[in-house]
Each structure stands twice: as C-alpha cells, then as structure tokens.
Design a protein around this ligand. Structure first.
Ligand code: HEM
Length: 180
C-alpha cells in the first residue's frame, strides 16, 4: 500500500486515539515513529494491523474504521494528486473518471502505486455504479473515498452495495446516487 495512504491512516489514528494511541499502533507495525514516505510502497498487512488495533481500542468494526479513514483522507489525496482532477468535473464525473484518468495518472506518476482497476458507469442522470474487484478487498475504502469526494463537492449521496467480495461475491457492485 502506498505511503500516502498509510500516512493518512496514521493521521486518522492520531485524531481518534491521540498521541499515546498512535504510538501504540506504531508499535504494532514495528514501524516506530519513522512515518511513511508518500511515494514508497509498504506491506498491505500494515493497514490491517493498524485497523485491527483501532478496532480493539474503540470497539468499532474494521469496515467502519476503513470507511471513516478513507472519507477523511480525500483532502490529503487531492492535495497530492489534485492535478489529475479536471476542474470542470462534477462529483459524478470524478467517479466515472477514477480509472481512466485518476488511477491511471497515479500509476504513471507513482510507479510503485497499485491502485485498483475501478469500473464506473452512469446508470442515470444522477447515479453511477462502481464495479470494484481487488485482492485487497477494500470496498470500505472505496465507499469512504466516494463519501469524502461527495463532501468535497458538497453533494449529498446515498450508497448501496448490491454485491460484495466480503460476503463472498466475485466483485463489489456499489451504486452512488447524488442529490443536488
Ligand atoms: C480523489 C481521487 C483519487 C485519488 C487521487 C486516488 C488515489 C489512490 C491511491 C494513490 C491509492 C493507493 C494505491 C496503492 O497503495 O498502491 C488508491 C487506492 C485505492 N483507491 Fe483510489 N483514488 C481516488 C479516487 C478513488 C475512488 C473514487 C475510488 C472508488 C470508487 C477509489 C478506490 C480506491 C481503493 C478501494 C483503493 C485501495 C487499494 C485497492 O483496493 O487495491 N479511489 N487510490
């Protein structure tokens, strides 16, 4: 997993658990206070170790933690990769262009990054369906990023998940409805 994501996860943990909690989570990964380089890649397991630690400390479900952290990391992602976002896009345009423009651009500029292949298609004037298939099974992150992007565009959304890899389906099918 790319360092920018783990760095955002550390910031989220710091806000949720404070400095002592963050130090405990850093102990779980063995990474210590060293932090993460945005442009380097780290074992995915570090994400799961930290999320499990936060789940134990807070009693929240790991999926809820992943979704909340991903929602909160959108401003950070846009801070680094915002140049890939066309200023004319609406919120739903951003989702539809995630694969062809944004993740594609991420792969070119950060060669160690392996963002998932997201397919997204309009299924109505205000609705997009996302097809997500990744061995990481991080659909909670996908939903969180959608919520964070909606907040950035000040759009209210409802999200439904008709099939989910975490429930044994071969892919996650996530439909996003935007209300003006
Ligand atoms: C705001 C624009 C976006 C940027 C700049 C961005 C960038 C990134 C980056 C840098 C990663 C890390 C890749 C790695 O660790 O190797 C990533 C992962 C991910 N992205 Fe995006 N992304 C964006 C939008 C989205 C959207 C809209 C979705 C969902 C619809 C999405 C779904 C994911 C997921 C689920 C991952 C976790 C890795 C995996 O599942 O394999 N991203 N993204």
């Amino acid at each position: 997993m790319q360092g920018i994501i783990l760095d955002e996860l550390e910031k989220y943990v710091g806000r949720e658990l404070g400095e002592p909690g963050l130090s405990r989570m850093r102990g779980l990964t063995g990474r210590g206070e060293g932090g993460y380089r945005f442009d380097s890649s780290y074992p995915d397991e570090e994400v799961h170790l930290i999320v499990r630690g936060v789940a134990e400390a807070t009693g929240k479900a790991p999926e809820a933690i992943l979704e909340a952290f991903a929602e909160a990391m959108v401003p950070g992602l846009l801070g680094v990769y915002g140049f890939l976002v066309n200023p004319r896009w609406s919120f739903l345009d951003l989702i539809v262009n995630t694969e062809g423009v944004i993740h594609k651009g991420v792969r070119v500029t950060s060669t160690s990054a392996k963002p998932p292949a997201i397919q997204a298609e309009r299924v109505g004037p205000e609705a997009v369906t996302i097809f997500y298939r990744s061995r990481r099974k991080l659909c909670s992150v996908a939903k969180g990023i959608v919520r964070g992007a909606a907040a950035h565009y000040r759009v209210a959304v409802t999200i439904t998940e008709d099939s989910c890899m975490l429930r044994g389906d071969s892919e996650c099918v996530i439909t996003v409805n935007a209300q003006d």
